[in-house]
Design a binder for this molecule. Sequence first.
Ligand SMILES: *Cc1c(COP(=O)(O)O)cnc(C)c1O
Length: 402
Amino acid sequence: MNTAEAKTLPDEHGHFGPYGGMFVPETLMTALQHLEHEYRSARKDPEFRKELAALLGDFCGRPTPLYFAERLTEKLGGAKIYLKREDLLHTGAHKINNAIGQILLARRMGKTRIIAETGAGQHGVATATAAARFGFDCTIYMGAVDMERQALNVARMRFLGAKVVGVTAGQATLKEAINEAMRDWVTNVRNTHYILGSALGSHPYPMIVRDFHRVIGDETRRQILQREERLPDLLVACVGGGSNAIGFFYPFLKDEGVKLTGVEAGGDGIVRGRHAARFQGGKLGVLQGTKTWLLADDDGQIELTHSVSAGLDYAAIGPEHSYYRDSGRIDYDYATDDEALSAFRALAEIEGIIPALETAHAIAHVIKVAPKMSKDAILIANLSGRGDKDVSQAAEILLSQE
Ligand SMILES: *Cc1c(COP(=O)(O)O)cnc(C)c1O
């Protein structure tokens, strides 16, 4: 891959090669252009950067530690394993990096109302938190099925002052929640900013969300150079829409010696309708504002998806991931529900860290590949979030078998 090219992606129309773009109703075009304009000016504004850095520090808890997983390393007997501890951030996952960045943009644009969609509820909680911190009115759209499996996060959002609207259409998960949020935005775009939760959707969102999360990779780079005096051999992250992964990988894209692997949700295995691994059996298409790899049937109908983890259960992948998959710069693999559940248990028992079920997919991959790597190799996994929200679901599946 050409380094200069990576730096300028997306192009001025929001394309990552053949992917990305702006596939939205005409009524949203002006709002998206305004957002891009404000974002580009904010990015250069020292006051904006200073305020964002201060909030990421004192409110969110950055920098997060880079932790050497000594017992997991010993047990697997191969590469040295480090974990980037995004699970220690305020609200429990990487999502707050983006929510705080976007709330500052909303204020800058003079908006007074915030809307967002949420799958597992982590983005809803992060958005409701940011909205409370800045006194914004906040409405969160969430699939009715997800509301049930993530009841704790629904209660958190309500305590934070957000209105949580259940969506019962279709599969009643993330895709339908995004549709409802888009509908709301079209109606209320004058006073409302839509805080999109992953590196997805129409331009400029994939760029903005990536940039607000690149702090994960920037810190990791500094931390590993300080500890090991060299770059790592492999980075691993789970990929739903792809925000934690692209933020973690981005500062390493031009370091050719650093291998990058994204891990998708393999659900019950790669059987139509039973997984959410877009690069296994997916195809090129357009969904919710962007052209990218997605799971659709021969008529272009979006297929059902399944994952034990609500945060990875979505039919499309962020367009920048499709681009780097084609170029070969990032490799993609998947972990099944069962593999993720055993990794969830393993990390809890071996390291004393209960990961989110999303994150457990990345850990499952680490468990597969670390033993085959040499003892001098360095592997870093992004621990995108903590598992408190998943404990009751995991207990139902795992502890009931004992
Ligand atoms: C939302 C979430 C994910 C998946 O979203 P990405 O945009 O792919 O990062 C992964 N891990 C955790 C903990 C999450 O909350």
